[in-house]
Ligand binder design. Structure first.
Ligand code: ZN
Ligand code: ZN
Length: 257
């Protein structure tokens, strides 16, 4: 069996939102505390894959004792998904090698621009993360022995990537799913998909749209991520169909390979 840990399940602000006094931001339920979205996949053969590296990565790595990354999959280059990239310095130090980073050509180019100091020969010393970028097209690729299929999805007008690993798929920040991607997800065992809030949003599925997508592809189990402070875990959980769940930070899944 493989294992997947939800390191963070919140939208770009995180929950609680700074300065917000709403019932979710002040909730004492730990499932209403949402760091920025990220996940950690451990294959049954021990390969460890991080999906996205947001600004909360340091805290997430400390909480879950993450000391190894065999590959880092980037869904897209918005700050809440790459803002923690500098923290791989400590993983470099432990693993004594660069971290392989995978994503769309656009995401890889954005990383080169936003983190230009990493690629600049003028800065020397121990302060620079060591990464090697692997731009992807839509073809399957492997990290060690693990085969991964990029899943193009719409994030507003941006085409970004979700990823399918065996019988598990992780999609965040989607507002539309191309037919070809849907066909790769039909009857999958475990689907992770974003569901922002109740009201519609131009670049993210809301709860209703995420549920409509679930009823099209019919996964065995579905977990929602990238949620705002619109979602009180205990209340929304009760309203969902029986095979659909709200993920929460620290939730760990065992996946049938
Ligand atoms: Zn996001
Ligand atoms: Zn985004």
């Amino acid at each position: 069996m493989s294992r997947f840990i939800f390191l963070g399940t919140g939208t770009s602000n995180g929950v609680p939102v700074i300065g917000c006094q709403c019932e979710v931001c002040t909730s004492s339920d730990p499932r209403d505390k949402r760091l920025r979205c990220s996940g950690y996949y451990e294959s049954n053969t021990g390969t460890k894959i991080l999906i996205d590296i947001g600004p909360d990565f340091r805290q997430q790595a400390l909480t879950h004792n993450i000391t190894r990354i065999d590959g880092l999959l980037i869904t897209h280059s918005h700050y809440d998904h790459i803002g923690g990239l500098d923290e791989v310095r400590q993983i470099n130090f432990i693993m004594k090698k660069p971290i392989d980073v995978y994503g769309s050509q656009e995401s890889m180019r954005d990383i080169q621009n936003r983190f230009s100091y990493i690629f600049s020969p003028t800065q020397i010393g121990g302060g620079i993360p060591q990464i090697s970028l692997h731009p992807l097209d839509e073809k399957p690729f492997t990290i060690n022995d693990v085969s991964i299929i990029p899943l193009p999805v719409w994030h507003g007008k941006l085409l970004i990537f979700g990823y399918k690993i065996g019988n598990f798929a992780y999609i965040t920040d989607a507002s539309g799913i191309p037919e070809e991607t849907k066909s790769k997800l039909m009857n999958i065992d475990t689907l992770v998909i974003n569901a922002l809030r109740y009201r519609p949003h131009p670049t993210h599925f809301n709860i209703e749209q995420a549920l409509a997508f679930v009823s099209e592809v019919r996964p065995q189990k579905t977990y929602f991520i990238h949620m705002t402070d619109d979602i009180l875990h205990s209340r929304t959980s009760r309203e969902l169909p029986k095979n659909v769940f709200l993920a929460y930070d620290g939730l760990t899944l065992m996946i049938n390979d």
